[in-house]
Design a protein around this ligand. Sequence first.
Ligand SMILES: [Zn+2]
Length: 224
Amino acid sequence: MEKVLLKLKVILNFLLEIILPSKCLGCKKRQEILCSDCLDRIDKAERETEKDILALYDYRNPIIKDAIWKLKYYHKGIIGQKLGQVLFIEFLEEIYSLKTFNEGSPIYVIPVPISQERKRSRGYNQTEIIAKSFCNQTDKNVLKIKTNIIFKNKNTIPQAKLTNRNKRLKNIKGAFEIKNREEIKNKIIIIIDDVTTTGGTMLEIINLLKKSGAKKVIGFAVAH
Ligand SMILES: [Zn+2]
């Protein structure tokens, strides 16, 4: 029953978007969920937070914080779609250089997974929505989403709730499992996350993929 209600909520939100254009989370004008004027005004994050992890916006900005909160807890898939599009545009140069490096075969895009249990209770994985939209901005031969590689085994404490780096690294250690590893041999992979705090989650996944034979792995986060 709960599952049916969740699905209904998602469908209802989707229909509402068609009938009534969203109010921008920033200026409240009825046009787009995040209009370009407001997006331009959001402070950018320090771009490279860790080696091979790039973040776009400064998470302290209230608009981006609100956007991610609503995407995560209020079934606002439209926000994820917009963020995926923005991520693609802003990181186009990086994608392009990865592409040249990759000669012909698609770059694999892996959204940071949430546990099955959490996915069941929330009804969706918000980073998957971002990643899907990110891939949809271009051809399937360029970016290809892969959700059958990395899985989250345990429900960790949200990284932002832990105060120090060691606790965060310990929290995330062993949380992810890799499957179908033969598919990622010599591949170039982009990991997508909504918010990266210390980069611990992404680093854990990056290392796991590299150990399993991926050629190059980098992480893109919407906010830091
Ligand atoms: Zn606006």
